[in-house]
Design a protein around this ligand. Structure first.
Ligand SMILES: [Zn+2]
Length: 292
C-alpha cells in the first residue's frame, strides 16, 4: 500500500490528510491558514512526516494560478498574501527529501471526481466547482489540462458571460463566477430584495415567485456556461460540485430545461460525488498516480 500526504490550501484553512492508494483517508487535520504561509506549510508537513513515516510523497492543491511543472504559485489573490511567486515544490522537496507536486485546487478536485468519483470511467470530463467562486477543471483522456503560459488554464470561472457585467475579483467585468457561484447567489438574492440564505432560496422557490425568478436566472446562466464549454471541449460529462451543488435536487430539473435548447449535442451532467473530500483526495492523487 502506498501512502501520501494531501494538502488543500484555502484562504481560511489548510487541510492535511494522509491518503492511501485506495482513496482512504487515515490522518486528517484542518488547521487555520497562517502567514507567512510557506514556513508554516513546511513546519506542518514535517510534523506529518514524523507522525506517519510511511508517507512517500506530498501533493498540494492551492488557491491561485499554478505552474505545475515548476510547482510554483504564479498568482494568488490577497486571500493568500505573500503566496504569489512561491517556489513550493523546490523548497519543500529540499526540506523533506520527498517528491512534491503542486496544482490549482479546483484542478485537484476535478482529478478526484474523474478518478474516484462521479466521472469515474469517463475519459473527458469538465468539472465546475460552485463555491465562493466558480472553479473549473478539465480532464482530457485521463490527464489534467493544467498549467498554461500564465498558469491559468481551465480558469473557467473567468470566461466572460456578460460583457460590461458585474466587476470580478480579476479586475474585469462580467466573468461567469460573478453569476454562477455561491457569492453570486448571495448577490442575486440581495438584488431581488429577498432576505433569505441561498439554501432557503432553493427550498422556497416552488412557493415564492421572487425566489423562483432568482433560481431561474442562476440555472439559465449555469446552462450558458455548460453550453460554451461543450462548444470548446465536447466533453463526455460535466460534474458540478462545490457548496451550491449540495442543494442540486432543488434546481436540477430547471437546469436541464435551460440546457436542452442550448446544447449542440447531448451531454451527461452529474452532481459531484465528493463534497468536502474532493480537494484533499485530488491533492493526494497528484502524487499517487505515478507511485502505483
Ligand atoms: Zn474574473
Amino acid at each position: 500500500m502506498v501512502k501520501v500526504l494531501g494538502v488543500d490550501i484555502g484562504g481560511t484553512k489548510v487541510r492535511m490528510s494522509v491518503v492511501d492508494d485506495a482513496g482512504a483517508i487515515t490522518l486528517d487535520e484542518k488547521l487555520p491558514t497562517q502567514f507567512p504561509l510557506y514556513p508554516y506549510l513546511e513546519e506542518q508537513v514535517l510534523r506529518f512526516l514524523e507522525l506517519d513515516p510511511e508517507i512517500e510523497a506530498i501533493g498540494i492543491g492551492t488557491h491561485g494560478f499554478v505552474d505545475p511543472t515548476q510547482g510554483k504559485v504564479i498568482y494568488a489573490t490577497e486571500t493568500l498574501p505573500g503566496w504569489t511567486g512561491t517556489l513550493v515544490k523546490e523548497q519543500l522537496e529540499r526540506a523533506t527529501g520527498k517528491r512534491v507536486e503542486v496544482e490549482n485546487d479546483a484542478n485537484a478536485a476535478a482529478l478526484a471526481e474523474a478518478k474516484f468519483g462521479a466521472a469515474k470511467g469517463y475519459s473527458r470530463t469538465v468539472c465546475l466547482t460552485l463555491g465562493t467562486g466558480l472553479g473549473g477543471g478539465v480532464i482530457w483522456d485521463g490527464n489534467l489540462l493544467s498549467g498554461g503560459k500564465h498558469g491559468g488554464a481551465a480558469e473557467l470561472g473567468h470566461m466572460i458571460l456578460y460583457p460590461n457585467g458585474v466587476l470580478c475579483t480579476c479586475g474585469r467585468e462580467g466573468c461567469s463566477e460573478q453569476y454562477v457561484s455561491g457569492t453570486a447567489l448571495v448577490r442575486r438574492i440581495k438584488e431581488a430584495g429577498l432576505q433569505i440564505t441561498p439554501q432557503e432560496l432553493f427550498t422556497t422557490a416552488s412557493t415564492n415567485p421572487e425566489a423562483q425568478k432568482v433560481v431561474d436566472g442562476f440555472t439559465k446562466d449555469l446552462a450558458l456556461v455548460i453550453s460554451s464549454l461543450q462548444a470548446a471541449f465536447d466533453m463526455d460529462i460535466v460534474v458540478i460540485g462545490g457548496g451550491v451543488s449540495e442543494s442540486a435536487e432543488f434546481w436540477w430539473d430547471q437546469l436541464n430545461r435551460h440546457l436542452e435548447p442550448l446544447l449542440l449535442n447531448p451531454v451527461e451532467v452529474k452532481v459531484a460525488q465528493f463534497e468536502n473530500e474532493a480537494g484533499i483526495l485530488g491533492a493526494a492523487l497528484l502524487v499517487l498516480d505515478e507511485n502505483k
